[in-house]
Every structure is written in C-alpha cells, then in structure tokens.
Design a protein around this ligand. Structure first.
Ligand SMILES: *Cc1c(COP(=O)(O)O)cnc(C)c1O
Length: 490
C-alpha cells in the first residue's frame, strides 16, 4: 500500500494558521513513496519504456504535488490507488513523448514565431533528409578534391537573386546584425535614427545589439521624424557606418518622415561611409499583386546602393531559421573574416533547406506555389472559404452542427513582425463554447494529442482556416467532432 485514505481532522487547535499547517503535514505524509508507486504501476503499460523515464516521471509528479501542497494550491489528494496510477501513467507517457510536437495553427498568423515561423515544402524536406541521412560535400570541393567552403553552396544563388556582389549566411538575422555591426564599426560610431531603435521581441533590441557588437550608438532625429541633415550633422571623424533599420513590427503614423535608402547612400558616398540596412523580414518578391502592402524587396535595396543588407531566412523568405547578409564584396569579405562568424555558423540542415528554398525563387511564379509561406500569404479568401465548407461537409453538416460552428469572414495576419497593421481577408470556423466558456475550450484544445491553437474573440473560439493545411484536415475534423460531442453532452 502506498497511500493512506485522506482524513482531514476537524479537532485541530482553533487557530486557522496551525489548522492549515497541520492539514499540510497530513497531506505531505500521505504522498505516495516513489519506489512503492513505481512497483505498483501496471507493468504491461510501462514495461517497454526506459526505467529512467518511469522513475523521473513518478518522482516529478510526487514533487509537483508536494509543491502544490506547500503553496496551498491543493487541499486534497487523489483518493485511491487507481487515481494515482492514472496520474502517474499519464505523466510517464507525457515524459516519453517528444517535447516538440505538431500543432494545428488556427490563429491565421502565417509567420507565427511561437509556432515555428515558416513551413517547408515537401521538396525542401527531401533536401533536409538527404543532408541528414547521407554524407555530403558540405565543405568538400568536388572539382578540386580539396577542402571547400560551406557558404559557397548558396552564395552564388543569393547573389543571382538579390543582385548583390557577395553574400554570407549566419544563424539568424539577429546574429547577422550583430556580426555586421561588429565587423564594420567595433569601437567607432554608428549613426541611426531615433525612430528606428526598435525592439523586435524576445529581448532583441537594436540599441542593445549595437552596444554588444562594440558599436557606439549615435542617435539622430526625433521619434517621428528624422531628416538627412540629422545624419549629416552627426558625422564626425569617429563615424564608421550609417545604419537604417526597417521598422517592421510597428508603424509611426501621422507627422512622420524617414530618410530613404537612396538618400542615405548618397550621403554615405559623399563622406566615404558605408550604409547598412537591417530589413528584418526581407522579401525577394513583391507581394502587392496579391493584395499585400508594397514593401521594398531585397533586390531594390541592393540596387539603391546600400552596402550591406541583412534579413531573416524564416520570415517572408519562407525558409529555415537563418540570417542572410548581402552586399558589396569588399564589405562582405570583412564580415567573413570576423572570428565571430565561426560562432554564428549555420549547420548543414539550414544550408540544405535554404538552398532548396532559394532555388525556388529562380522562378517567381512557381515560388509562390512551392514555398508554403508565400502560398499561405497569397491564398484567396474564396479558397479559404471553400476549405471551411469542405470541413463543415465532413462534419455531416447537420442542423445541430450549425448551432455550434459557423463559417464567418475574419482577418488574418502576416506575422513575423512583418506588415503589422495589414490584415488579410480570411474565413474562420467560429465555435460556440459550452457553459465553461471560451478560455476553457481554448485550454482543452491545447491538451489534445495534436493540440489546436486558435484565438478567442468576443467569447467565441475562432479557428482561422488560412493556416490550416490540407494535411491537417482529417485531424481537424476529428477534433471538431470531439468538441461537438463534448459540448452537446454538457
Ligand atoms: C525579425 C527581425 C530581426 C531578427 O531576426 P531573426 O531572424 O528573428 O533573428 C532583426 N531585425 C528586424 C528589423 C526584424 O524584423
């Protein structure tokens, strides 16, 4: 026996504090003992599992009960052995399952940083498999039989696509900014507009990165307006770089003014200073024909004469996590020689996926179909609505279903800090929660074997179908059937 029946004594001294403490010590004594608990588990349910997992899961479960007793968040324990067994078994299975799991994205946010940003197409996944399952020429020059450079696998492609003279790829765009600034301005001054000292999230702030890179930050202009003369007046003997940061995740509206890349380049040339632009999302295609805002493409910024441009691999580009640095050959060479480069180097999986996605861009029309991020961003509301009708049809479309699930027009987001105030017209399944409310429904969806993540609007659960993939359909249908049964029974 590893449990004792719970008896909360009622004849303790009359002070509520000591009453509480005594309840706690009784509960603590009633916690199962680890070894006994493990021995009592159904052996066939766990016999195939690593003993280390079984033991840790049981220990962690007991410990979590202990903490909850001590903090007063629980005042009773599971009543019998079967209840404990079920709790332990669930904990063991959870610990034995991968922590990184598939979820259904019903948020409508296409580049959702918390849900893994860009998805990769099947052909790109094939390239990843190839890089992982086989030896490759990662750093081996097949022409000469000598050591090669991993970067040469993608550099020419990036140059072809962006028009830049040279390119380098590092771990992510934050690393790209850090490395470029460190290489070009360490110990000397970088001039940047006050309106562009942005925080991207996840504690990435341009001023902090600049300080860590060794650059000395010289802020110019006002929050809403910066003029060319602000930069010019700040240039001294100590100036090493003019920096422009794309304010991707917010928009200053009203009485505003920013200096264009072209004007900054002209100023830089006059004073013999390089110009860098951190583009953030950095797209290679103009998505405005599909109703998205016109953002400068990487090619346009390079063409404007900006000496070094940095952008993300997994935002609008739709590839793996990476930071791309493109620009003038002489500058990229300086960055490549920085010893920090080695610490920020990308691995073979990033290279494999990046090469595959970049190759898609040689044919821009096909790129929009082959790169999931672009396909989802440019999906027409009509097609999204059709997805919804298909799902409803597969639910049986009974009158009862219509009381619980409605297909309604909604607005989805680009995400990834790109195009912040731009909404994409979409369609969502809007679910009526049961008596426990929308946040309980939202929580329940998160606990399913394939969790479903949506958003709550006006006390209803909204599942935006833009980000539900064809592959997700049967899981979504099963999940919705589950929900209907659960709510109809309540
Ligand atoms: C997103 C972003 C970054 C950081 O890029 P990661 O690839 O997430 O490291 C840097 N600068 C800007 C302007 C961004 O939008």
């Amino acid at each position: 026996m590893f449990y004792e029946p719970l008896i909360l004594t009622t004849f303790l001294p009359d002070s509520s504090l000591s009453h509480h403490m005594n309840d706690q010590s009784i509960l603590l004594r009633q916690l199962p003992k680890m070894d006994l608990a493990v021995n009592d588990l159904d052996s066939e349910a766990i016999s195939e599992l690593p003993p280390a997992i079984v033991k840790s899961a049981v220990r962690e479960t007991i410990e979590s009960f202990r903490q909850r007793i001590l903090s007063g968040t629980i005042t009773s324990l599971p009543i019998d052995k079967d209840e404990w067994k079920a709790i332990f078994t669930a904990a063991i299975h959870k610990k034995n399952s991968p922590n990184l799991q598939r979820v259904l994205n019903g948020t409508g946010v296409v580049i959702h940083t918390n849900l893994g940003r860009s998805l990769l197409g099947a052909h790109t996944m094939h390239a990843l498999h190839n890089a992982g399952a086989h030896y490759t020429n990662l750093e081996f020059d097949l022409d000469t039989g000598k050591r090669g450079s991993r970067y040469s696998l993608v550099e020419q492609i990036i140059c072809d696509l962006t028009g830049a003279e040279a390119a380098l790829v590092v771990n992510n765009n934050a690393a790209a900014v850090l490395l470029a600034l460190n290489s070009l301005t360490c110990g000397s001054e970088t001039i940047v507009s006050r309106g562009q000292l942005v925080e991207i999230g996840g504690s990435f702030r341009i001023p902090d990165i600049m300080t860590r890179s060794g650059a000395i930050l010289v802020e110019v202009g006002a929050t809403n307006r910066t003029h060319l003369f602000d930069y010019e007046n700040a240039i001294t003997e100590e100036t090493a770089l003019l920096l422009k940061v794309h304010t991707s995740n917010f928009r200053v509206i009203g009485f505003t003014s920013e200096v264009s890349a072209i004007d900054l380049v002209t100023l830089g040339k006059k004073h013999g200073l390089p110009v860098m632009e951190d583009l953030g999302s950095g797209s290679l295609v103009d998505l405005s024909p599909w109703g998205l805002p016109k953002e400068p493409t990487v090619q346009e910024i390079v063409k404007a004469g900006v000496d070094v441009v940095t952008f993300s691999g997994d935002k609008l580009l739709g590839g793996p996590q990476a930071g791309l640095i493109v620009g003038r050959k002489e500058i990229i060479t300086r960055i490549k020689k920085n010893p920090m480069n080695r610490a920020l180097r990308i691995d073979k999986f990033t290279l494999a996926a990046l090469e595959s996605v970049l190759r898609d861009y040689y044919d821009l029309e096909k790129a929009r179909e082959k790169i999931p991020t672009l396909a989802l961003l440019t999906l027409s509301p009509e097609l999204i609505k059709k997805k919804g009708q298909n799902i409803l049809r597969r639910l049986g479309g009974a009158q009862k279903v219509k009381d619980w699930i409605q297909l309604l027009p909604t607005i989805s987001k680009v995400g990834g800090g790109a195009m912040p105030e731009h909404g994409l017209p979409s369609w969502s399944l809007v679910l009526q929660p049961g008596p426990d409310g929308a946040s309980e429904l939202e929580r329940w969806f998160r606990t399913l074997p394939v969790p479903l993540i949506g958003r709550i609007e006006e006390e209803k659960m909204v599942l935006d179908l833009r980000t539900i993939l064809d592959d997700d359909f049967s899981i979504l249908v099963a999940t919705l059937n589950n929900y209907l049964q659960r709510e109809m029974a309540s």
